[in-house]
Design a binder for this molecule. Structure first.
Ligand code: FES
Length: 119
């Protein structure tokens, strides 16, 4: 279970600072709570960083509470497993994770979320 403090949900947020890139641990899952939900960050190396929504594509569980080892995370509810290098489901044909677009800005990893229509 994550000890991060809760952050109020805000669907209008389109950008969020996921942290200092140099402080993201290599080759292990890193969890960041944002107003758009939890994001899973995985750095194979400083130049190969991926970020994904922590929502399990099976039934919506929070994968930040799942079992993680290296580049793999397993959902605690029904055991689906995902490769954090690619977001792919380890079971062929099953849906993978939704990638969160990121950019490096002044040493920070910035997430970009899609704009939500309000009408
Ligand atoms: S909710 Fe994640 S495997 Fe079912």
């Amino acid at each position: 279970m994550s000890a991060d403090p809760p952050i109020k949900r805000d669907p209008t947020v389109t950008e969020w600072d996921l942290g200092t890139i140099d402080q993201i641990p290599d080759q292990e899952m890193h969890r960041v709570r944002t107003p758009r939900g939890c994001v899973l960050v995985y750095a194979e190396s400083r130049d190969q960083i991926k970020a994904f929504s922590a929502v399990c594509p099976h039934a919506g569980a929070d994968l930040s509470d799942g079992y993680a080892k290296g580049a793999m995370v397993m959902c605690q509810y029904h055991g689906w497993q995902f490769n954090l290098r690619s977001g792919e489901n380890t079971a062929r044909g099953l849906p993978g994770l939704i990638e969160v677009r990121t950019e490096e800005r002044d040493g920070q990893l910035i997430a970009h979320f899609p704009v939500r229509k309000t009408s």
